[in-house]
Design a protein around this ligand. Sequence first.
Ligand SMILES: Cc1cc2nc3c(=O)[nH]c(=O)nc-3n(C[C@H](O)[C@H](O)[C@H](O)COP(=O)(O)OP(=O)(O)OC[C@H]3O[C@@H](n4cnc5c(N)ncnc54)[C@H](O)[C@@H]3O)c2cc1C
Length: 576
Amino acid sequence: MDSVITHEVFNQPEPLVDYDLFATNRALQDALRFNAPDLQLGPLQALGRELGSAGMQAHARLANVHTPELRTHDRFGRRIDEVEFHPSYHALMQTAVGAGLHGTPWAENEAPTPAASPAALPPEGAPAARGGPSPLGRSPHVQRAAGFMLFTELEPSILCPISMTYAVAPALRDNPAIHAEWSPLLQSRAYDPALKVYRDKPGVTMGMGMTEKQGGSDVRANTTQAVRDGSDAWGERYAITGHKWFFSAPMCDAFLVLAQAPAGLSCFFLPRVLPDGTRNAIRIQRLKDKLGNKANASSEVEFHGAAAWLVGEEGRGVPQILEMGTMTRLDCSLGTSGLMRQAVALALNHTRQRSAFGKPLIEQPLMRNVLADLALESEAATALAIRLARSFDRQDDAHERLMARLLTPVAKFWICKRGSHLAQEAMECLGGNGYVEEGGQGVMARIYREMPLNSIWEGAGNIMAIDLLRALRKGDAAAALERELAPARGVHAALDRLVAALPARVEAMATEVEARRLAQDVALAVQAALLVQTAPEAVHAAFAASRLGGDWGYAFGTLGAGVDAGAIIERAMPVA
Ligand SMILES: Cc1cc2nc3c(=O)[nH]c(=O)nc-3n(C[C@H](O)[C@H](O)[C@H](O)COP(=O)(O)OP(=O)(O)OC[C@H]3O[C@@H](n4cnc5c(N)ncnc54)[C@H](O)[C@@H]3O)c2cc1C
């Protein structure tokens, strides 16, 4: 007999499912209104509904539980070097590519300028013409950034190849022949996972290979060699021999890799399948066993005289890779902001349904302090990440170019640093349930494991802080920051004090030892100034008092007693 009833299950929350990720994210909506008032919201609204659905959540779980598997050989002993993914991985990739989160924004820069009017947009859900004008309006990077954030809430790890494709697409311009053939495929919204020659595919994805065993941050230490091997329609061809220690998404159709050529470190285009249809000499040694990021395959590879084509000039590999790094660093900020938002949404959903000591957790005064504090951090991250994305849409403006250069390391450093702390505290809001995986259903656990990654890859914290120092030497950084922060002057004394002190600190900054502190303070000043312009008073007043005014502790949940926690919590609530 298994019908003995021992207890009734009660006081456990209903999961956060079948809800609209976009409609319930007021911080994101306000950031978009501020940074891109002309944005077409229809596609984001549709995406928000789709990504919050039970079906997509099931795909996210399955893709993380049934992790990628490496097949080095076929059963007859021939090398195949393929990675097999669960169908849910492909479903997620299909959705991300279909939403244009990969190379699509670059179509805007290459196609005839589309009108910004709604009439220029295809009907919602209609596929974009391959290589045609972008349907993303005048703010394609902001539009894509918002979609990327929403997608991260559902599942972050498949966004690795999506982000890399976004980053490499513009860099290919330095090889016009390859760019002409590949960029329409990189911008296409069709996803085709098959390993076959690019000509036979409706769309492609790309990866990046820089990191080697002896050096990741310091790519000049690369030992992989590139030897001239003739020229053809794609320009100068080389044979690449060496390895990459981290080589994510190895099933991408091509990669930009760094290797040592006679004139120094150079950037090469390395396709998986060669133009004649044969496979390139890329040997996947093994897949990394990672803390999180489970749905994504990260591999170690060797190149055995693999064919690759020069992109740009020999010896110019470092500046080229830095250009790509700028885009992936933007994505680290966006991705962490998305993860923060999801963590806060889960914490709010849980505490509003779970009672302890006679009332819902969300009504307990100290829990309100924690939740409000988390919501502030999440909203500030969203505001900064979307602000940064705006600068990539306005590269014809000198101020925006400078902001892209300054805020990229600042945002990546600070948002990613805060992400792990926030995830831990948000997990604690769920008590023991937060720590449980339960066959991949423990979304909070997945978020927690994912969080440190964005801080490490594409330049870890110190590298970002040092990069800020480099950025400060470009143009008049102090004046640009002053201009950026001016609209918020006179609202909070603490913000005014920081803003007044920053130019001298920026001018005086000479050594690395204070670089993290400067990156932190620039981030806080910009976040506070943005919130003054985009958020209700309860939010920006609490942010300025805690983060800038000293009315705060060293853990979340230490806001001052005067903070309007109710207004902050209500604004962040993921359900109506
Ligand atoms: C899951 C995952 C996937 C990845 N996928 C890819 C990929 O697809 N392609 C790719 O090329 N790479 C990839 N990477 C590699 C990643 O970009 C590197 O790990 C990262 O850039 C750091 O390099 P490193 O591991 O060699 O660490 P190191 O360079 O050894 O750095 C170690 C620490 O030292 C610090 N440091 C370095 N220099 C200085 C300095 N001058 N002053 C102070 N501190 C310093 C760093 O900030 C860091 O904290 C991936 C990494 C991970 C974890």
